[in-house]
Ligand binder design. Structure first.
Ligand SMILES: C[S@@+](CC[C@H](N)C(=O)[O-])C[C@H]1O[C@@H](n2cnc3c(N)ncnc32)[C@H](O)[C@@H]1O
Length: 278
């Protein structure tokens, strides 16, 4: 079987179960062949070895059963960095780059920011900001020890020196009270949301996704406690669901945050809220 035949067979096989069959087929083949997409285009007639073919077909079979591509390759790109991922936490999503962008735009001129990324997961937000801002001090925390191990692996992979990760149930192990920014992409899906039985989220831990009957429990907790750990004029910035715009804005204002700002993701959904501690 050559590259072109492998891609055709895989795409046909994935069409019924994946919304991105052709891209999945390409990503998995570049993973097996340890090459980039340009190589697939340049060498369509190149044969796969017997080992490559059987490993590829096995991955395609797992993908047909729903396993996320990122779990099959063990990695996902975020903010142009390559992150190791596994089933201990969320696979980083493109919409979360909105938070990174917002922070870099709004605090670009600040030299010595101290930032806390709560529910850091793979470390995607913390390490992306750390890579852009080597003078900032970054702390990432998560309730999952496996996620902290993963974030530490990513820190080593990216040779980051200005970021550390600690295990903590929200603020329980956070003693500092002088953060300039607390950022979080917390769990925010309602417990009975039907999307939980569709797509990649079926393979991600509920502890990274769900937050009570309305999806708001963790955001409410962050709003209630962040102020004890922020400097005056410090900012709380959270990602939330497309349908939680008003609930989150109200939650910020009920906890006396001011200058509340909201941002849309690339699909035009309001997915981020920021507010300043007086
Ligand atoms: C939606 S995921 C976000 C992961 C990562 N920040 C990202 O954007 O890809 C939420 C993360 O919050 C963590 N989490 C859930 N409950 C927590 C708690 N009580 N304290 C700290 N972290 C928590 C989960 O383990 C998970 O890693």
């Amino acid at each position: 079987m050559n590259i072109q035949q492998a891609l055709q067979q895989a795409t046909t096989g994935l069409n019924k179960t994946s919304p991105s069959a052709s891209i999945d087929a390409q990503v998995l083949l570049t993973f097996i062949l340890d090459c980039n997409t340009a190589h697939l285009v340049a060498w369509p007639e190149k044969d796969l070895s017997a080992d490559q073919e059987s490993t590829y077909l096995h991955l395609i079979q797992q993908r047909q059963q729903g396993t996320p591509v990122a779990h099959l390759t063990g990695s996902r790109e975020f903010w142009s960095l390559n992150f190791q991922v596994n089933d201990s936490t969320l696979i980083p999503r493109p919409e979360t780059e909105t938070l990174v962008e917002y922070i870099l735009e709004n605090f670009d001129h600040e030299k010595k920011i101290k930032l806390l990324d709560m529910g850091t997961g793979s470390g995607a937000i913390a390490l992306s900001i750390a890579s852009e801002k080597p003078d900032w001090k970054i702390l990432g925390s998560d309730i999952s020890k496996q996620a902290i191990q993963l974030a530490d692996n990513n820190k080593i992979k990216q040779q980051t020196s200005n970021c550390i990760f600690i295990h903590s149930n929200w603020f329980n192990n956070i003693s500092a009270i002088d953060f300039d920014i607390i950022v979080s992409n917390p769990p925010y899906i309602a417990n009975d949301d039907p999307h939980l039985s569709q797509g990649d989220v079926r393979f991600e831990p509920k502890s990274a996704l769900t937050s009570g009957d309305t999806g708001m429990d963790d955001i409410k907790h962050l709003c209630a406690h962040a102020k004890n750990h922020l400097k005056n004029n410090g900012w709380l910035i959270v990602e939330h669901g497309y349908n939680q715009k008003q609930l989150v804005a109200d939650c910020f204002s009920n906890h006396d945050f001011t200058e509340i700002e909201q941002r849309q993701d690339l699909s035009g959904h309001t997915r981020m809220t920021a507010g300043k501690k007086l």
